[in-house]
Ligand binder design. Sequence first.
Ligand code: KG4
Ligand code: ZN
Length: 340
Amino acid sequence: MTTENIYILGIESSCDDTAASVLLNGRVLSNVVASQKIHEEYGGVVPELASRAHQKNIVPVVAQALKKAGITKNELQAVAFTRGPGLMGSLLVGTSFAKSLAFGLDIPLIDVNHMQAHILAHFIEEADFTKPPFPFLAMTISGGHTQIVEVSSYFDLKVIGETIDDAVGEAFDKSGKILGLGYPAGPEIDKRAKLGNPKAFKFTKPKVDGLNFSFSGLKTGILYFVQRETKANPNFVEENLNDICASIQYTIIGILIDKLKLATKQTGINHIAIGGGVSANSGIRQALKDGEQKFGWTTYVPKFEYTTDNAAMIAIVGYLKYLEGHFSEQDITASSRLKI
Ligand code: KG4
Ligand code: ZN
């Protein structure tokens, strides 16, 4: 047990959020995120614009994180950064900045896998939060990822299922686009789903073996359905929007829960931790709660600010690696397809 005060700076720049966070012994002192609104105009993340925005934001965001934490950069013990996976141009900004800062301060540099960070976000020190016990299953669901991982320890993680095409967040966002909703459409579909009938329309679930996912067929199914119905009634979407949203959400949640049921059966593990932006969805939260009653699961959902892309999750992995002395060399490079 250390009595030393360990300050870690985490830096995240894998997609369209520039984020920095300072942790003291695993507890969050600051968690700053600059989200890039520019992509909303394009209906999705534009990589080139994301890199430029990171370039602009990175120094002010880090300065703000240090200021909010009430420390100077000279008090940091290490700099942790997202090495991958993500958009290469975006990763390069955070990676280069982190390397330079660690070099300038002459402190350890720690590379972090973004997917591992989504999972280990559950280990951020928080009052009133129960951490999942090992082993547990982690389901990471966001605009960029859909994975089920068997977690045996902080550093022993095995991907047992993942999407073979679109991520689940993309299924929400692309369906929303077909319905004429803004980007990202997930929150709006969630809101409307509460007012609609989830069984009004039936969409075919993909048939994918094992624990892998597929969402691109569902998107195409929804597109054909909308085209067909609008031909018969041009006002079909606006007259049935809440029911369509409820039915889409019901189908997506059904896909996720079916795979979780299979994963718990295959592994014998009933502790399930979720993360990623889609874990904000009220329907998935309810379905997980129901799973506690129906299937004997225990489920874990972190605070919202630690489920979407953030740097506190990068810093917690940095802290855990720091305690083990897992440091990176200065010649490390960003890796857009980094695996867990
Ligand atoms: O983790 P995140 O902020 O960024 C990454 O994709 O890495 O996740 C964003 C995704 C978007 O696809 C968005 O539509 C979805 O999460 N999302 C939701 C909800 N809130 C955000 N999807 C369904 N229901 C929600 N309430
Ligand atoms: Zn992410």
